[in-house]
Design a protein around this ligand. Structure first.
Ligand SMILES: *Cc1c(COP(=O)(O)O)cnc(C)c1O
Length: 354
């Protein structure tokens, strides 16, 4: 090994779901929304002033921040925006998790958490979910350097009640508790009302799933002003201009179209409930989902076998190799037509198996 190699930061990166570039693929592997963004987003995009691309954007993304503060009934200074919630979460780790004590998160959760902890050299401990894959709030009542919980959790699709989230926050008032609400618009109880009572709470959201804007990279955090100020200080020590003009404009416009937003949520939820039944008819065990995906295992057929067979048929779902969940598939809710293609493919594969 060359000496200079010793000074390279070595990390094992997060592996996102495949993004096949061919159009004939059915993508049910990264929890994107199957419906296009709202008409107001199209309008905002079309009215972009290309000449102004010569200028830097507003470093505070003030318009977008204000819009979100208004929409969620918060005060000035309670919202932080970033390049997708991955950017927001990573910055929150860097800002808030500076203790010698380990941070805590579930053993089965968003697999980016251990990656950020590693890259920032934050010690961590994984807290096992119970046998039915639920988070036990009482397990988080122990010394730690911070807590991060995805609610609803991914990839299990199940959420905690607000009371349970509150129990975790209440027993951890000396550290920051991050609640990652990437999927909250599809069901589940938000922790937002708890912001009034707990100044150590940070709620993180994204436009990528419920607002059909994964490609725009917009995420945000809500919390008390001192937390948001601390995040802004760290962000401005790294990169002043994180949000492009386009992301700011589109992010504002998306909030204006509440009706289309609600309609799309309803469609996804309806398809989710139907899909759960269809999978159960075909021998799957499926968790109750409060998200835009289903987490399921087949009673007979190994998940990896189904994953490969579906991929051959150009249907992409997600399979995680880790020990507790290697026999499960995470299936994003697509359109009804896409789901029907999936069910037909499963019918054939299941028949072939026996
Ligand atoms: C998708 C996802 C994110 C990140 O989404 P962005 O596209 O970066 O906003 C964060 N947390 C969880 C649990 C997710 O599933």
């Amino acid at each position: 090994m060359n000496l200079w190699e010793q000074n390279i930061r070595k990390v094992v990166p997060y592996v996102p779901g495949e993004q096949p570039q061919q159009e004939d693929r059915i993508k049910l592997n990264t929890n994107e929304n199957p419906y296009p963004p709202s008409p107001s987003v199209y309008q905002a995009h079309q009215s972009a002033d290309v000449g102004s691309f010569a200028l830097y954007p507003d470093p505070s993304a003030g318009e977008l921040v204000k819009k979100l503060e208004g929409y969620y009934g918060l005060e000035d200074g309670q919202v932080f925006v970033g390049v997708g919630s991955d950017d927001v979460l990573s910055l929150a780790f860097l800002t808030f998790f500076n203790s010698e004590k380990p941070i805590l998160f579930p053993d089965v959760t968003y697999s980016f958490y251990p990656v950020w902890a590693d890259v920032y050299r934050i010690p961590y401990e994984c807290v096992p979910l119970d046998d039915s894959f639920h988070i036990c709030p009482e397990d988080y009542a122990r010394p730690n350097g911070g807590v991060v919980i995805a609610n609803p959790n991914a990839p299990t699709s199940m959420g905690l009640k607000r009371k349970e989230v509150e129990e975790i926050i209440r027993s951890n008032q000396d550290v920051i508790v991050i609640i990652d609400e990437a999927y909250i618009d599809f069901g589940g109880e938000t922790a937002l009302p708890l912001l009034k009572e707990y100044e150590n709470l940070l709620v993180v959201r994204t436009y990528s799933k419920s607002r059909s804007l994964a490609g725009m990279r917009i995420g945000f955090a809500m919390g008390n002003k001192r937390l948001i100020q601390a995040m802004n200080d760290v962000k401005e020590s790294i990169n002043s201009y994180t949000m492009s003009q386009e992301a700011i404009r589109v992010g504002v416009a998306a909030i204006d179209d509440e009706e289309v937003f609600q309609q799309n949520l309803k469609k996804v939820i309806r398809t989710r409930e139907r899909s759960k039944e269809e999978l159960e008819k075909r021998g799957f065990i499926v968790f109750d989902s409060q998200t835009n995906f289903l987490f399921a295992r087949h009673s007979q057929i190994p998940a990896e076998k189904l994953f490969d067979a579906l991929r051959e048929r150009r249907i992409y779902v997600r399979h995680f190799g880790s020990e507790r969940i290697h026999n499960y598939l995470r299936i994003t809710i697509g359109t009804d037509e896409q789901m029907d293609i999936l069910f037909r493919a499963l019918d054939e594969e299941i028949k072939n198996f026996y």
